[in-house]
Design a protein around this ligand. Structure first.
Ligand code: A3P
Length: 303
């Protein structure tokens, strides 16, 4: 049975545009539509993710790769200002006047991204996470939203997640869209799980992809500054700079657990089996293997 007040709270909290849900008050249909014609430079780098897949982690890595001042702790610029979300431009940054190379972040599905990217202008790093962990992380994250006036139980959130009624829509559609259109883009796929298993290798993969050569010491610094424990304490990276009327950090942290397999501590066996059935059906034609547990043998990498 649906939770009381659910529909009303969701209708206030999100709006639907071109097939997916966006948080009211952080963007508009006009902003989303305007991105189609955003001018792309060859040197642009876009970090694209479905929510709760390691976005702010990868953003930290990327910003540390590109900005020596960030690596050396010489600049007081937070990660969202360095690599702004194109669809929620909270600081009203004028993208056109930014110096190259520009870094951007986005949760958009492929079909709402700037069209120029399809002509292989710019580079995209798509980071994904096994969807059970992404769902559990999203479930906890929903408790932080100041403007969502209902606390969802896991059963309800799971239904919303599987039916794509959450912010950014269906995980399955997001992943499928990007994965099956990968030939159209200059794109590197990375997984949260491979970052977790071997962050240094993931940093090197990104460096190779964006053509940046760093010495061992710089790479060591990036790995250290991107660790869960360091990021949690770093005010430029832990996202506590987000206005309180959007996220209420009294109710939890952005950097919550940072592990692989937390879904096992949260989902019941019945919920997990139901998820597996949906996953199997929706992903059956994709040659993908996610890592569901950190001790699994498979590396959890995508080709
Ligand atoms: P959990 O809620 O499972 O802890 P996003 O940035 O896409 O919203 O993803 C948030 C998830 O990434 C959270 O997962 C958060 O803890 C995790 N995360 C953020 N920084 C991390 C890091 N340095 N190492 C591991 N996980 C990290």
């Amino acid at each position: 049975m649906a939770q009381e007040g659910l529909e009303e709270a969701l209708n206030y909290f999100v709006f639907k545009h071109k097939g997916i849900y966006f948080q009211t008050d952080v963007t508009t249909p006009e902003v989303i539509d305007s991105l189609e014609h955003m001018e792309i430079r060859d040197s642009d780098v876009f970090l694209v993710t479905y929510p709760k897949s390691g976005t702010i982690w990868s953003q930290q890595v990327l910003n540390l790769i590109f900005h020596e001042g960030h690596r050396k702790g010489l600049e007081d610029i937070n990660n969202m200002a360095r690599a702004p979300w194109i669809e929620y431009n909270l600081y009203n940054i004028n993208f056109d006047s930014r110096q190259s190379p520009r870094l951007f972040t986005s949760h958009l599905p492929y079909y709402l991204m700037p069209k120029d990217l399809r002509f292989k202008r710019g580079k995209i790093i798509y980071v994904c996470r096994n969807p059970k962990d992404a769902m559990v992380s999203f479930y906890h994250f929903y408790k932080l939203f100041s403007r969502l006036h209902v606390t969802l139980d896991l059963e309800t959130f799971l239904d919303l997640f599987l039916s794509g009624r959450v912010i950014c829509g269906s995980w399955f559609d997001h992943f499928r869209g990007w994965y099956t259109h990968k030939e159209d883009y200059n794109i590197l796929f990375l997984t949260y799980e491979e970052m977790k298993k071997d962050l240094r290798s993931a940093v090197m993969k990104i460096c190779n992809f964006v053509d940046i050569k760093l010495d061992d010491q710089a790479v060591d610094t990036i790995v250290e500054k991107s660790s869960f424990s360091t990021m949690r304490q770093d005010p430029l990276a832990n996202y506590e700079f987000i206005p309180k009327d959007l996220l209420d950090f009294k109710k939890g942290d952005f950097l919550r657990k940072g592990t692989v397999g937390d879904w096992k501590n949260t989902m019941t066996v019945t919920q997990s089996e139901m998820f597996d059935r949906v996953y199997k059906e929706k992903m059956k034609d994709l040659p993908i293997k996610f890592l569901w547990d950190i001790n699994d043998e498979e590396a959890g990498m995508l080709k």
